[in-house]
Design a protein around this ligand. Structure first.
Ligand code: ADP
Length: 712
């Protein structure tokens, strides 16, 4: 099927043609036949890299040409920027929404395509963002993530709410191959387009001793070392290909990159250039190790890397210079970096409470699907590694020949229902118990026919919790959110977190940094750090000196959760005390990417707490407001007066302060010349341009400032 014959704008078709895309891939043609351009809902369940994004893009342009507006939902922030860039510059207005959760972002409604995470869309719904009612095409990327234990329910609820709001809207759901696509398609009233077709042949095999066993052949691999994984990499690189190696942990990823680097020992000026860039931005030992590996053609990739490090590794790999990346499996979902050979080295993973467990088939598929670069590789290879002859067959059965798992709804868990039911009531989607149940009836959970009685019971328990917490009230049979309830819904925090915060704040007479941070780290919304045995000494010592500053009682049977929240709070306190990133990473065994993630999560909870304090604990509002700025910028209190100036972050503010300039007044007194000596003339000029408008006192936290900025 030729793209030129399709009802898409000629400019788009011409743009594709310039990239050599003139004919649809067979699964794409199947989408057109199934009604892509006639408003039909579609569930497209086809392998990675077989052209799903292109299908969605054509449908979006088609819609917009007819006056429609499109919402493209992605599971991860990183993917949002990737898609945003992909859709931009093709004649439509494209917007991206991933940030703060209590804004309506009305300006976004001016766009034709809005790319957003499901959490962000949920928060827009809660804040009653008007343009959502205009969405005529909803694309849900990676819809199989409905099954994800922590975020799946939000994806499902967002789809259900949007359908409820805009009954005529077209839905295009994009999915990896799953076990029960018909089930999901049935829920979405969608035509199912299912295919195993791939643009590059994929050969899947199991390596044992000195060869890869494929279903119908064996490929010999020269053994140059005692390491199977390394020899598999060298084998591909010798042939001119690249490898991705999936391992179970960050440590393993780093260790393998070192092994691969010393096995490859490539040296050239381009690699040296990448390594220099990484080294110069590296604030940690991890960054230095990465630079050393990259200099020899290998790299590791995981969530602990800083954004700059990640981008450099990806660019070096795309350019073909970095020959191998070892990575944790979490990245298989987001990373669009195909390679000739994918080695799934570790297929066992530690699951809390279960020990080492094999990863799901769907995850294996996602990793294997990265094998083979269209038009560049003659084929792709996905290789598992067996430790014994028997294991070869087992791995064939378990992964290569297995069906992907079914996708199941995650809505039955009360923890997630709690937050979603509150939002249904607060936004007027449901005004009485019957309507809550009616809405729940339109979910995938109900479609899967899982015990309606269990759902009813869960809904009742949640309503009871929300009533007791005084987040909702009942007037006759009408349910209404209280001021508290509707605030919690808009702030987009878990009602259980709000209860933990409010209960402690109303009891607490005096503000302490660590008490407050620890409280936030003890809420279900806050990810916490893993505690190792050798952390215990520092935690105990801290408690011996600072017990009185905590806002929460130390339970007599304090468990791991308590230690984790305390350790996390200490990291955040260090951040607010301007402890260097390198020291923090070393002290808590984390990477810069983790610090950033943690700061971002807590900054949101601090922000929410400020609003909650306004309602329940006005005496804590001012110090929390200060903490909000301090967390956001990673600064001590003494820098607060300076940080309000645009262009002044933690580093520049500290430099000014150390030069005796500690306030707006002091800046004025010092004058442009002296400030220029500290910050450089250009920045000084910018600062003085703004000074007229700034009062010499600590200002409130303006909503427009509420994006994280940690680079001074
Ligand atoms: P998916 O979303 O399924 O992972 P993409 O839509 O991103 O896949 O497509 C993968 C790659 O294939 C992209 O580089 C895309 O430009 C290219 N591609 C998509 N459709 C075609 C086509 N019909 N012909 C040639 N290349 C295509």
């Amino acid at each position: 099927m030729e793209i030129a014959d399709l009802p898409v704008p000629p400019d788009l078709a011409a743009g594709y043609a310039r990239r050599g895309i003139t004919e649809l891939y067979p699964p794409q043609a199947a989408c057109v036949e199934a009604g892509l351009f006639s408003g039909k809902n579609l569930l497209v369940a086809i392998p990675t890299a077989s052209g799903k994004t292109l299908v969605a893009e054509m449908a979006m342009h088609h819609q917009v040409a007819r006056g429609g507006k499109c919402l493209y939902i992605v599971p991860l922030r990183a993917l949002a920027s990737e898609k945003f860039e992909e859709f931009s510059g093709k004649g439509l207005r494209v917007g991206i929404a991933t940030g703060d959760f209590d804004r309506r972002d009305e300006y976004l409604g001016r766009n034709d395509i809005i790319v957003a995470t499901s959490e962000k869309v949920d928060s827009l719904l809660r804040n009653r963002t008007p343009w959502l009612a205009e969405i005529s095409l909803l694309v849900v990327d990676e819809v199989h993530l409905i099954d994800d234990p922590s975020r799946g329910a939000t994806v499902e609820m967002v789809i259900a709410k949007l359908r409820h709001k805009n009954p005529g809207m077209q839905i295009i759901a994009l999915s990896a191959t799953i076990g029960n696509p018909a089930d999901l398609a049935g829920w979405l009233d969608a035509e199912l387009v299912e295919s195993e077709w791939r643009p590059v042949d994929l050969r899947e095999g199991v390596f044992f001793e000195d060869g890869i066993r494929f279903a119908d052949s064996v490929r010999e691999v020269e053994r140059k070392s005692k390491y199977e994984d390394l020899d598999l990499v060298l084998d591909t690189v010798t042939e001119g290909g690249q490898c991705l190696v999936f391992v179970s942990s960050r440590k393993n990823a780093e260790a393998f990159a070192k092994r691969a680097a010393s096995g490859l020992k490539i040296a050239n000026p381009i690699l040296a250039g990448y390594a220099d860039k990484i080294r110069s931005s590296a604030s940690t030992d991890m960054g230095k190790i990465l630079a050393a590996c990259v200099a020899q053609g290998a790299a590791f990739h995981h969530a602990g890397l800083s954004r700059e490090e990640r981008q450099l590794v990806e660019a070096g790999f795309r350019e073909g210079q970095i020959k191998v990346i070892s990575s944790t499996p979490t990245l298989a979902a987001g990373l669009n970096l195909p390679a000739r050979r994918v080695i799934v080295r570790d297929y066992l993973r530690f699951n809390a409470g279960e020990g080492m467990m094999p990863i799901p088939v769907r995850e294996y598929r996602q990793m294997a699907g990265r094998a083979g670069r269209p038009r560049l590789d003659p084929y792709g290879e996905a290789v598992l590694i067996a430790k014994s002859e028997e294991m070869v067959d087992e791995l064939f059965d378990y992964y290569i020949e297995a069906m992907a798992e079914d996708v199941r709804s995650r809505c039955a868990e009360e923890a997630v229902l709690c937050t979603h039911i509150l939002s249904l009531i607060a936004t007027g989607f449901a005004r009485e118990r019957g309507e809550v149940l009616g809405f729940m009836d339109g979910t995938f959970y109900a479609h899967q026919g899982e015990s309606p009685r269990a759902l009813k019971r869960a809904v009742d328990r949640v309503l009871e919790f929300l009533r007791e917490a005084e987040m909702i009230t009942e007037v006759g049979e009408w349910l209404e959110a209280t001021e508290y309830g509707s605030l919690v819904s808009r702030l987009y925090i878990d009602p259980r977190s709000a209860e933990v915060i409010v209960n402690a704040m109303t009891r607490q007479k005096e503000y302490t940094d660590i008490g407050f941070l620890h409280l936030l780290c003890a809420t279900p919304d806050m990810p916490t750090l893993f505690v190792r045995k050798n952390d215990m000494y520092a935690l105990d010592r801290f408690l011996a000196d600072h017990r009185d500053e905590l806002w929460m009682e130390i339970p007599w049977d304090a468990d791991e959760g308590f230690d984790r929240s305390l350790k996390t709070a200490l990291l955040l306190a260090d951040w607010g005390d301007e402890v260097g990133e390198d020291v923090i990473c070393e002290r808590y065994s984390v990477g810069p990417g983790d610090v950033y993630g943690m700061v971002e999560s807590v900054a949101w909870l601090v922000h929410a707490s400020r609003h909650l304090a306004g309602l329940f604990a006005p005496h804590l509002k001012a110090p929390i407001e200060e903490m909000e700025l301090r967390t956001k910028h990673g600064i001590k209190k003494e820098l607060l007066p300076l940080i309000r100036i645009r262009g002044i972050g933690r580093v520049r503010a500290r430099r000014l302060f150390n030069n005796g300039i500690d306030s707006i007044e002091a800046l004025r007194e010092a004058g442009p010349e002296k400030v220029g000596k500290v910050l450089g003339q250009g920045i000084a000029a910018q600062v003085f341009e703004q000074l007229d408008g700034v009062r010499d006192e600590i200002g409130g936290v303006g909503e427009e400032q509420s994006t994280l900025s940690r680079f001074g």
